[in-house]
Design a protein. Structure first.
Length: 458
């Protein structure tokens, strides 16, 4: 059997693993247009300085599929692996209501002036809705959030946060926007009260534990998180690629597909040496996400009317003084903050000498790259996350694709595009990655989706 995989991000790499396990004697060729494997997980490596930054926060979490988890975990040397206990690794916070919260990344509303009204309203939701409305990614944010959290919290707290983060009126946003900064619960009780009520699933759906470090173990999801000491997500990409190469998978980098005949399962591509390769295969995995697939199939995007993605920049910094905080990452939910999320590498690595920060900034187009690092560092200083505003190394990386705006119309267009792409694909061509299924976006769901599809269809 011969297989071709297009795209060398995590979707393509896992596709190669699953195919190789299922058909150990097959020929598998993975074609990547960039000059390295990994897609977004390749991160940014500054060769001259010998320092590495992820493209945003990229902690791994076990998927629950042992074949995949064992494979990813064993792809890097044990000395490089950080395998957090179930109660560690995802320590996350938020800047909300002017303060850096390290107790929870869910908004802690206990100090808001209208707290009493919010508390009554949220308690009413818990008592009157059975079950609590789930988050439906494609539904309008306001409708879905009102039925889950009630009108008061939705309009007074959630809508302003999300509208500021994604720079669109809340009415335009889809519920998916709740999942991006993880706004699925609220801290609004004290710990004792929370413990007394925690047996009630309805209550836990809305009321978050007031201190994440005190969440009882039996209520945790049980999946462990993991990371790598020196090269973050890039290390896993390196290890996975080396492992698959040793099993005969062929990796073609900097390779451009020049023709693509879906019905005949025939791909022609141009290697960096200028050679034209023809691949006649029995199955193809498009591990490019729906946008990459549409490009390959030459589908005009105009009819799908997508909104412009948001400008997405990542500030990579080595700060003068390492932050003391144990937060691995935190979100900028306060409208005064101009960042979306901060990754604190020291909290991952446990190494006090690790002074790397990656700061994701969405929009804020008026702030020029030349002043962006200092501008955001001042905000981090003001909230007490760092004690010194200086940095030794700083660079601003712009994500070429931007950040997909989580609007209702974009989510609907994505589904339409995905349906349209799927209509063109014969049975032996699979699509994986962002948008390959309704609302599909997060890493673990993408990994499981491509694995299920290959096992079922090939
Ligand atoms: C800004 C941003 C933030 C995110 N934050 C999170 C998060 O916090 N948590 C989370 O779980 N997920 C997050 N995600 C989603 C997560 O990154 C994806 O689920 C996952 O990384 C997708 O992996 P992939 O392999 O499908 O895509 P990618 O990593 O994008 O890889 C696709 C690869 O295909 C290659 N390719 C495309 N077209 C072709 C072609 N024609 N020929 C050859 N190669 C091609 C590309 O060069 C690329 O290497 C985020 C995504 C983005 C964009």
């Amino acid at each position: 059997m011969n297989f071709a995989i297009v795209g060398g991000g995590i979707t393509g790499l896992i596709a190669a693993k699953i195919l190789n396990d299922k058909y150990p004697n097959s020929n598998i060729t993975l074609i990547e247009k960039a000059n390295e494997m990994g897609g977004i997980l390749a991160g940014t490596y500054y060769k001259k300085q010998g320092i590495y930054f992820d493209k945003g926060t990229h902690i791994f979490r076990e998927t629950g599929y042992p074949q995949i988890d064992d494979f990813i975990l064993s792809s890097i040397p044990k000395t490089e692996l950080i395998h957090f206990d179930v109660h560690q690794g995802d320590i996350a916070g938020a800047v909300f209501d002017g303060k850096l919260q390290s107790n929870s990344h869910f908004p802690d509303i206990r100090k808001l002036t209208n707290y009493d009204d919010l508390y009554i309203s949220l308690s009413n939701q818990v008592n009157s809705c059975n079950p609590i409305s789930p988050i439906e990614r494609l539904e309008p944010l306001i409708t879905n959030a009102c039925s889950r959290f009630g009108e008061l919290y939705t309009k007074k707290v959630l809508a302003p946060i999300l509208s500021n983060l994604f720079q669109r009126p809340a009415e335009d946003l889809a519920s998916f926007s709740l999942l991006l900064p993880g706004l699925t619960r609220i801290v609004c009780s004290n710990y004792l009260e929370w413990l007394q009520n925690a047996h009630n699933i309805q209550y836990r759906e809305i009321f978050a534990v007031p201190d994440q470090r005190k969440l009882p173990n039996q209520l945790r999801h049980g999946k462990r998180s993991f990371y790598s000491h020196s090269l973050g997500s890039r290390n896993f990409v390196k290890g996975i690629t080396a492992n698959l190469e040793s099993k005969g998978v062929q990796f073609l980098q900097s390779t451009t597909i020049t023709s693509f005949n879906l019905d005949k399962l025939l791909i022609t591509c141009l290697t960096p040496k200028g050679e034209s390769l023809e691949l006649q295969v029995d199955g193809i995995v498009l591990a490019t996400g729906v946008f990459g697939a549409a490009q390959l199939l030459d589908i005009s995007m105009e009819i799908f009317s997508f909104d412009q993605p948001i400008l997405s920049r990542i500030i990579n910094l080595i700060v003068k003084k390492s932050p003391e905080s144990d937060l691995c990452y935190f979100y900028g939910l306060d409208p005064k903050m101009d960042f979306y999320r901060v990754t604190n590498y020291r909290a991952f690595s446990g190494n006090p000498k690790d002074r790397r920060l990656s700061i994701e900034v969405l929009g804020n187009n008026a702030i020029d790259n030349s002043i962006l690092p200092q501008h955001v560092l001042k905000q981090l200083f003001d909230i007490g996350f760092i004690s010194h505003e200086g940095f030794e190394f700083g660079d601003v990386v712009r994500l070429k694709t931007g950040f997909p705006t989580p609007t209702i119309s974009n989510m609907q267009s994505l589904v339409k595009l995905s349906d349209y792409v799927h209509e063109q694909l014969p049975n032996k061509v699979l699509l994986g990655g962002i948008g390959a299924k309704k609302g599909l976006f997060f890493q673990n769901e993408i990994i499981k989706d491509i694995s299920d599809k290959i096992l079922e269809r090939f």
